[in-house]
Design a protein around this ligand. Structure first.
Ligand code: PMP
Length: 434
């Protein structure tokens, strides 16, 4: 057996003990052992700027998160079969951020589980199974969530589309069927839902609902044109379905201007799903819905999750949301996002390989293109790996993996923004020289 201390030994251990489809980022992977706010430190103590991870929403190693976890674990940790004030305190805090018609919370352990539960609620409420969802979406790793995640079921070796699912084109007005010069593009993208509904009805599946990442992330950091979601929701509701907003990537203030993405769209979802950042590293998934939908679901068997809504989870989740408010992190996301967009747009003027800069707050995408305007997959991979050499962590997304994804913890400051812009500028110059 190996001593799991060196990077090489740990990589070998992963190969020996884990599945071949557990992926690792970067040609030269990083090992990270400490964190602080939007900084991470490797085994040598070298700092990295974390401009990618959304789970440490209020920052890595936040002292208030440490204190809450320690305090609750010293007392006890149990489940929702017993009363504890933390349960309703967490629910009250979440509901204070949502429109009044969303009033019932379900606590689970992950975004996948929350989306899986959303599918069950949609079926219970409508008596139908058919789901419409945008192409290239991701909603989780469970059996049902994979079935509505084209990003996985259509990938190489994927299980393919199920007969209760219909895909619609992502409302991408940079590269999709309708572009930014078309004032009716929101409605035109929404109209693509009509044939999807018809196909499900024809197959006898009925319409249980529509599920979408409010702003498609793995689809390429897309901001759909304003009014797209309300138009889709109208069509889905007219067909008897309910509308699910997956806010795992977009919720909780990341967008700066909005606490949730659906607010930007002027949309009113029937179910909102939250995950990843809401526990700042502790596994929490939350689903919030209407009383009517919760009542339909309550006609079925008891709902229980051993760890979902545990005392610890409720205290952690509420603390994260309190910190976002107390430290004005939504405002920081708005200001830092604006600085990034300004800087990235200036880089776009200078570097031909930037085709588009888009996003909102700290949910940003930089689409890289080749000379003929097509997707620059190789350049994107090069830039991501060179950013890592500069010790800045960013991601990449999109059907052709050519969109740089910048999605730091909400604590990032102007110094961090300048580091990202300076490194990108220098790396994109290497690209144009080669
Ligand atoms: N929905 C979206 C939009 C996500 O990005 C993710 C995770 N990347 C999930 C759901 C699934 O969450 P989890 O991995 O916590 O199960």
């Amino acid at each position: 057996r190996y001593e799991p201390t060196s990077k090489e030994a740990i990589q070998q251990g992963r190969k020996d003990h884990f599945g071949g489809n557990l992926s690792l980022t970067y040609a030269d992977p990083v090992m990270l052992v400490r964190g602080w706010k939007h900084h991470l430190f490797d085994e040598w103590g070298r700092p990295y700027l974390d401009a990618y991870n959304n789970v440490p929403h209020v920052g890595h190693a936040h002292p208030r998160i440490q204190a809450i976890a320690a305090d609750q674990l010293k007392r006890m940790n149990s489940n929702t079969r017993y009363l504890h004030p933390a349960q309703t305190a967490f629910a009250d805090k979440i509901l204070s951020k949502l429109p009044d018609h969303l009033e019932v919370c379900f606590f689970v352990n992950s975004g996948s589980e929350a989306n899986e539960l959303a599918l069950r609620l949609a079926r219970a409420h409508t008596g139908a199974k058919g789901m419409v969802t945008p192409d290239h979406g991701y909603h989780g790793n469970t059996t049902g969530a994979i079935d509505v995640s084209a990003y996985k079921f259509n990938a190489k070796g994927g299980i393919g589309k199920s007969d209760w699912v219909e895909l619609v084109e992502v409302a991408d007005d940079y590269r999709g069927s309708y572009r930014r010069d078309d004032p009716n593009r929101a409605q035109k993208f929404a109209d693509l839902v009509d044939p999807a509904i018809a196909a499900l009805q024809q197959r006898g599946q009925g319409i249980a609902g529509f599920i979408a990442e409010t702003f498609p992330s793995v689809g390429g950091q897309i901001i759909p044109p304003k009014g797209y979601l309300p138009a889709v929701y109208d069509k889905i509701r007219a067909a008897g379905g309910i509308c699910i907003a997956d806010e795992v990537q977009t919720g909780l203030g990341r967008l700066g201007e909005y606490y949730f993405g659906f607010e930007h769209q002027g949309a009113s979802p029937d179910i909102v799903v939250m995950g990843k950042p809401i526990g700042n590293g502790h596994p929490i998934g939350v689903l919030v819905t209407t009383r009517a939908i919760a009542d339909s679901f309550a006609k079925g068997p008891e709902f229980f999750s051993t760890f979902g809504g545990s005392t610890l989870s409720c205290r952690m989740g509420k603390e994260v949301l309190d910190i976002v408010d107390d430290e004005a992190l939504q405002q920081n996301a708005r200001m830092m996002g604006a600085e990034l967009i300004t800087g990235l747009t200036a880089l776009q003027d200078k570097h031909a390989s930037i085709g588009d800069v888009r996003g909102m707050g700290l949910f940003l995408g930089v689409e890289l293109i080749t000379e003929d305007g097509s997707e620059a997959t190789q350049i994107c991979s090069y830039v991501k790996n060179r950013m890592r050499d500069h010790r800045i962590l960013i991601g990449s997304e999109g059907p052709k993996d050519n969109i740089l994804k910048i999605r730091p913890p909400l604590t990032i400051d102007s110094e961090g923004v300048e580091m990202i812009l300076a490194a990108l500028d220098s790396i994109l110059s290497e690209v144009s020289q080669s």
